[in-house]
Design a binder for this molecule. Structure first.
Ligand code: ATP
Ligand code: MG
Length: 333
């Protein structure tokens, strides 16, 4: 008995005409013969189709459950160990969203539980993690202005260890609508504060402005990560940001402090990048992270695939840098 004997037996059985099939005449004209062959083939196909249909009958397709934060197994940490960090710089295009997505994902891969709150109406962190904004029933706007519980809008497990509180274009109205609200600076603090004890890190991806959304993030955060692009005018606006931080610190959030300054889009081949990096280190000293994020096209491509750099180009220099940054963040406590 060979390994394929069973298979051969099945083939022979298929080729044997069924008992009910009438015996073929000894000789047939070519066209009659070919039509008989195609009839036979059709019969065989019919048999196969019948068997396939039968196979599928007993298996009932389970409806895919809708992913909800409430289905997530509760992970509890000691309250107080949750670090709420705003990724902030009112200057546009300095790498806030890129850092929010990739640092969160890298920490998730290190086994940390992370929540990323997208506080920018552009929703770059939301789309960059592969979420179709137009299909969302709610977003952080509903939390800030309609008293929706943040748990209702959190999308769990967008990546390993990473949940997302998404933003849609609705959030664009929040800046104006918040103005006439009571306790308007505290809305995010109340919502995000209720998640303390459930995550190791909560990151807030801020919009490029110093409006009420940014003020909300300054009030809600324990610490700030300030990405600075290693280009001309790198420090432009940083003084104003630090002034806003001081004002919020004295009036609304006394514990607020800088967690780290992050140099981004660094191109070691250019003198300018090196000069700016040196100047920023000179100005901020040890507050600057050792890790520098290099300029690499892979980091700008990853969001269009809806995945973080650690999945898109796991061994490239962008992924390596964000993994290093994640380790440094953990070391800083
Ligand atoms: N290290 C990098 N190398 C190459 N491109 C990068 C890098 N970091 C960010 N980019 C690209 O630069 C652009 C701006 O980055 P990003 O969106 O992260 O900045 P941002 O500060 O969040 O911007 P905004 O202020 O508009 O929210 C994006 O197209 C992004 O893909
Ligand atoms: Mg952004």
């Amino acid at each position: 008995m060979g390994l394929f004997d069973g298979l051969r037996r099945d083939r022979n059985a298929e080729q044997t005409p069924a008992p009910s099939t009438p015996a073929a005449p000894a000789e047939k004209p070519a066209d009659v013969e070919s039509s008989a062959v195609s009839e036979d083939l059709a019969a065989m196909n019919a048999k196969v189709v019948e068997r396939e249909v039968k196979k599928q009958e007993p298996a009932e397709i389970e409806p895919t459950p809708v992913k909800s934060y409430k289905d997530k197994k509760p992970v509890t940490h000691v309250v107080g160990t949750t670090k709420i960090i705003a990724i902030i710089n009112q200057k546009g295009g300095v790498g806030k969203s890129t850092t929010a997505i990739n640092l969160s994902a890298a920490l998730g891969e290190l086994g940390k539980q992370v929540l990323l709150v997208d506080l920018d109406p552009q929703g770059n962190s939301t789309s960059g993690l592969g979420i179709e904004k137009s299909e969302l029933p709610g977003c952080i706007y509903n939390v800030l202005l309609e008293e929706t519980n943040i748990e209702e809008i959190i999308i769990p497990d967008v990546c390993e260890g990473l949940d997302l509180a998404p933003a849609t274009i609705n959030l664009a109205g929040a800046e104006v609508e918040l103005v006439s609200e009571m306790a308007r600076e505290n809305r995010l603090k109340e919502a995000v504060g209720s998640m303390r004890g459930r995550y190791d890190y909560v990151f807030i991806d801020c919009p490029p402005s110093l409006g009420l959304l940014t003020v909300n993030s300054l009030v809600a955060a324990d610490k700030l990560i300030i990405p600075i692009q290693t280009e001309f005018y790198a420090l432009e606006g940083v003084t104003k940001l630090l002034e806003s931080m001081k004002r919020v610190k004295t009036r609304l959030n006394p514990m607020l402090d800088i967690f780290g300054i992050l140099l981004t889009m660094y191109d070691g081949r250019t003198t300018l990048s090196r000069q700016v990096a040196a100047e920023v280190r000179n100005y901020f000293g040890r507050q600057v992270f050792e890790t520098i994020i290099p300029r690499t096209v892979k980091l700008s491509e990853a969001p269009s695939y809806g995945i973080p750099i650690t999945q898109y180009d796991p061994v490239g220099k962008g992924a390596i840098a964000y993994k290093e940054l994640a380790k440094e963040v953990v070391q800083r406590g």
